[in-house]
Write a protein that binds this ligand. Structure first.
Ligand SMILES: [Zn+2]
Length: 118
């Protein structure tokens, strides 16, 4: 219905801003539109614990990779519900792409520690 679409749009844009992000060496560059005021989550999965990621979940359309996919390496494990991407050169975990019904389908988990000037 028309009204449902409008509600989703308002929710998606309310308080959200576009932020630039990068890895440590700068080979990986991205942009994400997210409402940082909603806070970030510290995931307790085995890998987020080890890399101390502070993350936020956004829809794939709110995330834009500006650098080449060739600068990324990726890793997935266990149930293979998400694929983590990190810089081939400096090893910083920048984001993950996944698909989980409880998160509304396809998503990108962004490492907020990689956002510039935040
Ligand atoms: Zn790097």
């Amino acid at each position: 219905m028309e009204t449902q679409g409008t509600a989703e749009k308002n929710e998606a844009t309310g308080g959200a801003k576009t932020h630039a992000g990068s890895c440590h060496c700068g080979a990986v560059q991205f942009r994400v539109t997210a409402d940082l005021g909603k806070g970030a989550g510290r995931c307790n999965c085995s890998i987020c614990t080890k890399v101390a990621q502070l993350g936020g979940i956004v829809k794939p359309e709110a995330f834009e990779l500006l650098s080449s996919e060739e600068n990324l390496s990726s890793y997935e494990w266990g149930g293979r519900t998400s694929q983590r991407y990190f810089c081939k050169r400096c090893g910083i975990h920048c984001f993950a792409r996944g698909n989980l019904a409880v998160l509304g389908g396809a998503y990108v988990s962004v490492n907020y520690n990689c956002l510039d000037g935040v």
